[in-house]
Design a protein around this ligand. Structure first.
Ligand code: ADP
Ligand code: MG
Length: 431
């Protein structure tokens, strides 16, 4: 590639757009070098790199078309290089170095996409109710238009923009797809937070846990993330030995407590497969000394945080890496009417409001790259401090209920999400 770009830059009279194509190819030389130097048996890496190689080849093809007439020897030169690419074998054992470089490149890509991403999910109408919807349309490019039939003219519609907006018929798999790179990143030693935000009944738990744990197809983000985490860590077993431990915390009225598990607050439970985690969740639910209805009630008024800690030891160097993934099913974001709520209920509502707005403040301070990030304002942001900001990645799924009677909450959810997302969207959406 280097030869080609030199060759052409010197000899042809390419216009500048052609030259910039070559800059792209120049960048991909990095990737090519990687493909040349990782050791065998690491399908996962090979997979990525082969994909990159494929991209490289197709960018070759494009370049070829554009500069076909630049020089008569071009085709021959290209064939020679293509042959060279095909001949590249996965031989080197300097895996650590590759991993290091991979992390670096990966992070660059992630940075381009933005470290804070916001996705909106619209849940379907439930059961019989298929009345009027507050969602006017969902665009292809991350836009959603909300309509208020009680208003007239331009005041009746409002458009919000996010990284993506999912339609009601989306599958759990489609919801999860963009989370996968974050899991890889955690195993590379970074921290990440995934949030589900929305009013009670809008589908937060459906997204995070799923409606039914017995079939993998309906699994939510939590279990898919753990499944992939174990899968990737197994694929790396010859290079890095990972230990995984989970912790479940419930933050209720600004106090954290272990989620029903009869163990001291700080305890981490070691796990070796997704099944372990599923079992743990079941125990957690059983141990809760409340009935199902009360549980639902309560879960809508507390933040539930499933934290996955990973510790990896690189066998060759002996160095240790740590990563952390927080999966957070937030308390319902609905506002409580002060004239109606009293006592406990009012206190809960105030705590929830305070912690959700503290979360919004932290994320938007990070998105704006402010010097001061107000982590101390709530228990939730304190617990997550190490995983919000810096090199950590944040993803938020905001949920809306399309029914017209939820319009007020829908608008305030979308405004919250917009505040959290808007700053970085320019960079994210150009990807
Ligand atoms: P939340 O956790 O926000 O209170 P839930 O996830 O419990 O809301 O969802 C409320 C109800 O709506 C549940 O009965 C759930 O099964 C259903 N539901 C939520 N999202 C979807 C979806 N995407 N598809 C089908 N049903 C959904
Ligand atoms: Mg819930």
């Amino acid at each position: 590639l280097e030869a080609i770009s030199h060759y052409l830059a010197q000899r042809s009279n390419m216009v500048s757009s052609d030259l910039s194509k070559f800059c792209i190819c120049g960048g991909k030389r990095e990737v090519l070098r990687h493909s040349n130097s990782h050791s065998s048996g690491h399908e996962e890496l090979i997979g990525i790199q082969q994909k990159q190689l494929q991209e490289l080849k197709s960018s070759f093809q494009e370049t070829k078309l554009e500069v076909k007439h630049a020089h008569s020897n071009w085709e021959e030169e290209l064939r020679r290089l293509e042959h060279h690419i095909k001949g590249l074998e996965v031989t080197s054992s300097s895996y650590n170095k590759v991993l290091e470089e991979n992390r670096f490149l990966y992070n660059q890509v992630q940075d381009l996409k933005g470290t804070i991403r916001v996705y909106c999910r619209v849940r379907p109408f439930l059961g019989q109710s298929n009345g009027q919807s507050s969602v006017d349309y969902i665009g292809e490019n991350g836009t959603i238009m909300i309509v208020n039939p009680l208003k007239q003219g331009k005041d009746s519609r409002r458009v919000f923009t996010f990284n993506k907006v999912f339609r009601t018929n989306v599958t759990q798999e489609q919801i999860y797809v963009d989370t996968q790179p974050l899991i890889r990143s955690v195993l590379d030693g970074y921290n990440a937070c995934i949030f589900a935000y929305g009013q009670t009944g809008s589908g937060k738990t459906y997204t995070m846990s799923g409606p039914d744990l017995t079939t993998e197809e309906t699994w939510g983000v939590n279990y898919r993330a753990l499944r992939d985490l174990f899968q990737i860590s197994k694929a790396r077993v010859d290079i890095i030995r990972y230990e995984v431990a989970v912790q479940m915390i419930e933050i209720y009225n600004e106090q954290s407590q272990l989620n029903g598990l009869n163990v001291p607050d700080a305890s981490l439970v070691p796990v070796t497969c997704t099944q372990d985690v599923l079992e743990l969740m079941k125990i957690g639910q059983r141990n809760r000394a409340v009935g199902a209805t009360a549980l639902n009630e309560r879960s809508s008024r507390s933040h539930s945080v499933l934290t996955v800690h990973i510790l990896g030891k690189e066998l060759a160097s002996g160095s240790i890496l740590r990563g952390c993934l927080h999966l957070v099913d937030l308390a319902g974001s609905e506002r409580v009417d002060k004239s109606e709520a009293t006592g406990e209920r009012l206190k809960e509502a105030q705590h929830i409001n305070r912690s959700l707005s503290a979360l919004g403040d932290v994320i938007s301070a990070l998105a704006q790259k402010s010097a001061h990030v107000p982590y101390r304002n709530s228990k939730l942001t304190q617990v997550l401090q190490d995983s919000l900001g810096g090199q950590a990645k944040t993803m938020m799924f905001v949920h809306i209920n399309p029914e017209l009677n939820a319009l007020g909450e829908t608008i305030s959810t979308l405004k919250f999400a917009e505040r959290v997302a808007s700053i970085e969207l320019g960079a994210a959406r150009s990807n």
